[in-house]
Design a protein. Structure first.
Length: 186
């Protein structure tokens, strides 16, 4: 899963492989291999448990007021969603005994007209200037995008490269990919 920002565009892209231990569910066998959700003007891509996608499909359809208009808004949205995730979707917020906060167990990347963002399990939110990658294959994707960011002209080309290289070298990633581009606000 990658996000890229360059010029006045942002892009998000993801591979399509789901794994269960050593078992691979490739796109040819999965009726819904998409890892990116579209909500209004925002694209959200999830890593980790496949349940996150179903939970967020439910949340996005029932909580229309979710706000992803910047780093603080993303944080506040996930903070407000945490009790809903626990109470209505049975989230197990336990990771480590010495964690400072309950975990959402979620790693996600976001692209919208406000920028590109990452959200992590303790509700840490990062806004990225150029690009980022998360999930399986991220190390390969980050290296590929770093090496070519200044040489490639479009966000789509950079994102596509990241997912392709991640899928080439990581055993838990595979093509085809999905890719979406949005215009950044001025």
């Amino acid at each position: 899963l990658v996000v890229v920002r360059k010029g006045n565009l942002a892009c998000i892209a993801a591979d399509s492989l789901t794994t269960f231990g050593d078992t691979r569910l490739s796109a040819q066998f999965d009726k819904s291999p998409e890892k990116i959700l579209h909500h209004r003007d925002t694209y959200l891509g999830f890593c980790g448990s496949a349940a996150h996608q179903l939970v967020f499909e439910s949340l996005l359809s029932s909580h229309g007021e979710l706000d992803f208009a910047g780093k603080t808004a993303v944080f506040e949205t996930f903070r407000k969603l945490h009790p809903i995730l626990k109470d209505q979707h049975f989230l197990n917020p336990k990771e480590e005994d010495d964690d400072p906060y309950e975990s959402t167990q979620i790693t996600a990347l976001i692209a919208n007209k406000y920028g590109i963002f990452g959200i992590y399990s303790m509700r840490e939110v990062f806004e990225y200037n150029k690009f980022w990658a998360a999930g399986s294959g991220r190390e390969f994707a980050l290296g590929a995008m770093q090496s070519m960011y200044d040489k490639l002209d479009t966000t789509e080309a950079i994102a596509r490269l990241g997912v392709e290289i991640g899928s080439t070298f990581d055993k838990n990633s595979a093509l085809p990919m999905s890719i979406y581009t949005v215009k950044l606000r001025s």
